[in-house]
Design a protein around this ligand. Structure first.
Ligand SMILES: C[S@@+](CC[C@H](N)C(=O)[O-])C[C@H]1O[C@@H](n2cnc3c(N)ncnc32)[C@H](O)[C@@H]1O
Length: 288
């Protein structure tokens, strides 16, 4: 099955209703844009842009899919170029063209190409934004080399929500657990060493590596309140277990707090990314 056929199929299956909505795959294309514009992820992305490149005017969106981000940036007033190798009207360039017409966006240009083959002149864009596409690279180093080549010096490279694996076994675990991999076989992921090295070799300096639980950009559809709830529930379980084991000691003030301080690893706050298959990371980098 192709990616397009997979999305068309899951749209008809009630068990995939949440996934279709949360991954912005609904057939009514403008609805996906409206929901993405209002998302915590997009708000955080705009914050990052205003922090690291407040004067940016032009954005190249690589691997734009059905255009949620390219259109949202254009609606924010940026001059946007979308690059997408898939021509389909469901999840590719055809869908972006439909949205461009719907919103009457002269400030959005659309090209059908792989990142590895883009032929824009050097130093063309203020920002290169890549959402959930870098991990699909056929050649990660070439993908990044081209993405950074077309950035202006000092320009901002934002790679968003890419799957991270720790090793081959972890990759197999991720692929087994990916809800759509069994249909289209197109998933992939790299290690952080591979991402970092490809970004740096391409000529960009990494300013921040956002790990899975560092930012809602990665852990969406969870939000900050969900994380606090997870931490609270985990702590409650730990405290009950501690009280049982510590017996009378647990009655003394602050014993549990001391125990936490001395013996609990950060991952044991209940937010343990190793338990999330193919957890996603994002990178903020600037071209030298
Ligand atoms: C998971 S989708 C993400 C789409 C969109 N950025 C989004 O976040 O909704 C990955 C996209 O990357 C595109 N893609 C795959 N390999 C690519 C490559 N080598 N260069 C550019 N885009 C690629 C796919 O066609 C697909 O549209």
């Amino acid at each position: 099955m192709t990616w397009e056929e997979t999305i068309q199929m899951i749209r008809t299956k009630p068990e995939y209703e949440d996934l279709v909505r949360l991954a912005y795959f609904e057939a009514e294309l403008p609805l996906n844009v409206t929901r993405f514009q209002k998302s915590d992820e997009f708000k955080e992305t705009l914050k990052i842009i205003s922090q690291f490149h407040p004067k940016a005017e032009t954005i190249l969106d690589i691997g734009s899919g059905n255009g949620i981000s390219a259109v949202s940036f254009a609606l924010e007033g940026y001059n946007v170029t979308a690059v997408e190798p898939d021509s389909s009207n469901t999840v590719g360039a055809g869908a972006i063209r439909e949205l461009k017409a719907h919103y009457k966006l002269d400030s959005l240009q659309i090209f059908e190409s792989l990142a590895e083959d883009i032929d824009f002149p050097d130093s063309s864009f203020d920002i290169v934004y890549i959402r959930q596409a870098m991990h699909h690279a056929h050649d990660l180093e070439c993908f990044l080399k081209e993405s950074v080549r077309v950035l202006k010096p000092g320009g901002l490279l934002l790679t968003i929500r890419d799957h991270v694996i720790y090793n081959q076994k972890d990759k197999e675990w991720f692929l087994e657990n990916h809800p759509l991999q069994k249909f289209y076989q197109g998933e992939n992921a790299f290690t952080t060493i591979e991402y970092r090295s490809a970004i740096q070799k391409a000529g960009a300096t990494i300013i921040k590596e956002l790990k899975y639980f560092d930012n809602v950009i990665n852990y969406f559809p969870l939000n900050c309140d969900d994380l606090e709830k997870l931490k609270y529930e985990f702590d409650l379980k730990q405290r009950t277990r501690f009280n049982r084991k510590a017996g009378f000691l647990s009655k003394m003030p602050f014993t549990y707090e001391f125990y936490k301080l001395l013996f609990r690893k950060p991952s044991s706050l209940g937010l343990d990314e190793t338990k999330v298959p193919g957890r996603m990371y994002s990178y903020i980098a600037l071209k030298k």
